[in-house]
Design a binder for this molecule. Sequence first.
Ligand SMILES: Nc1ncnc2c1ncn2[C@@H]1O[C@H](COP(=O)(O)OS(=O)(=O)O)[C@@H](OP(=O)(O)O)[C@H]1O
Ligand SMILES: Nc1ncnc2c1ncn2[C@@H]1O[C@H](COP(=O)(O)OP(=O)(O)O)[C@@H](O)[C@H]1O
Length: 582
Amino acid sequence: MWRCGPALLKEGALIAPHGGRLCELLVGPERAQKLKEEALQLPSIVLTERQLCDLELLLNGGFSPLTGFMTRRDYDRVVEEMRLADGTLWPIPITLDVHRDVARSLEVGDRVALRDPTGVLLAVMTVEDVWQPDKEREAREVFRTLDRKHPAVHYLFDVAGDYYVGGRVEGVQLPIHYDFRELRLTPAQLRHRFAERGWTRVVAFQTRNPMQRAHKELTDRAARQIGGHLLIHPVVGMTKPGDVDYMTRVRCYRAILKYYPEGLADLSLLPLAMRMAGPREALWHGIIRKNYGCTHLIVGRDHASPGTDSQGRPFYGRYEAQELFARYEDELGIRMVPFQEMVYVPSRDAYIPADEVEPGIETWRISGTELRARLAKGEELPSWFTYPEVAAELRRAYPPRHEQGFCVFFTGLPSSGKSTLANALMVRLMELTGRPVTLLDGDVVRTHLSKGLGFSREDRSTNVRRIGYVASEIVRHRGIVICAPIAPYEADRRFNRELISRYGGYIEVYVNAPLEVCEQRDVKGLYRKARAGLLTGFTGVDDPYEPPSQPEVVVETDKQSVEEGVATILATLERLGFLGSP
Ligand SMILES: Nc1ncnc2c1ncn2[C@@H]1O[C@H](COP(=O)(O)OS(=O)(=O)O)[C@@H](OP(=O)(O)O)[C@H]1O
Ligand SMILES: Nc1ncnc2c1ncn2[C@@H]1O[C@H](COP(=O)(O)OP(=O)(O)O)[C@@H](O)[C@H]1O
């Protein structure tokens, strides 16, 4: 590994960065200009979201002493021993993954431009190594599982390219952010701030969740315990899928700052892509915080936990991260402030660590699941649990069901009754809610959004996913949308379900009528044409229809009237809370 240049920092009283020096990899303006000119002739790699996060921490020194993406020697030793080739402690591989064709085009000694998705040049890399890693070994050693439910294992096997490119990088500029700029301090800037304020003992609080009173009490205690100050250092790069979005979280953190004693706490954002690697990740968090000038890190229960595996078992032990950290604490230099879960004791109106509660004393807590359920029902968040500003932010981000958007997605054979039911449902919904409703009917969509597409497997799939995309945007903006294509394939419907339910409700309605009934109805005369051989690939005749496996509603249009079908759907929407009084 290359060594980075001499330390530019003079803040002698602060903790030394990992490996002794802060490795900021950004070059000066003249060299940057040269690199920009050189890059015009170089092959480019457009970085993914995770690679962008990694590059930002490489360039700003958060990953000191790394000087680029890992070469094979560093990678192998990190995977097996949690150490770089030179012996420095480092628990997580920082690799640049690429697909086979890119790997094949690169040779040792080549220079490559690293760009953001809009094409902006961020760095130039000198290729020192290109290799195909043993992903199973990496998953087993680093994450201790091959279960794809672990987000980093899923990323490794299903998202990352099959080859890694290692080499030194020269930074032209940091990835660009336009939001919360004043809160995005680099290690050097944060160190400078600590030095100016005379903060020599700083405990960092790593978080990917909105902070509630329990967190405030815990962090306040930690700062007092070390006789120093507190840095709230939330991750705003990539966290666990399904987490509260970082914009909402940052507004919560800002609001909570005023509840600390004057001058005790500060807030800065960390552009890290978490791996959810539990114990190994805790060490990594320690190294990063040390680079940012912190002397202590709070490590609580389930630090950087990926939750439970496909069998419902936790991936890591609850306090395993603390145990591993303790083992390496002396070598790391940064100290751990271990914490048990904080629980509320109503008889004392106070939060205390769970292990300090005497047996038999009543304690209260609200789990993440319960919090989401309360928000979905529009229920109050109690004042013992959170602060009014945080409650308001969460309510804004997670409105109650009746204020959320939803999609009713009809699927069924031609002439089963999709359009008829969809039109009837549309007017009933407008009547009941007073809200606008968009109808994306199968054949209407094919005259504009999907004009030009035919009925091959690929074209049908594209058509259905396009409808899903438009529906997801409507739901994201809290609107109501009804879709009524045939949507014959389960895979496309599953894709749409996952996309849309990220933003609101997804209610699949299987419009079920026997093929003979649909054929008898033959609204457009297409069954007849298909039977006569004038039309090929017609759904139900010579093209497949895969019935949905778990639809929210089934309407049997040969047995139920249109009114009954609509009433069944409305009852389901009511039961799920989407039609509650506004
Ligand atoms: N080969 C073939 N197979 C099925 N349907 C055909 C075909 N050719 C034309 N049509 C007419 O197009 C309507 C189906 O379009 P969709 O967009 O809903 O189909 S799909 O979801 O993309 O499979 C469908 O409308 P509905 O009868 O309202 O379902 C048909 O009228
Ligand atoms: N219970 C019912 N629900 C929906 N449609 C019905 C029902 N009973 C009879 N129909 C008739 O079946 C036909 C369904 O046609 P359509 O709604 O265009 O089907 P699709 O959109 O699935 O091709 C219409 O003529 C409709 O009047």
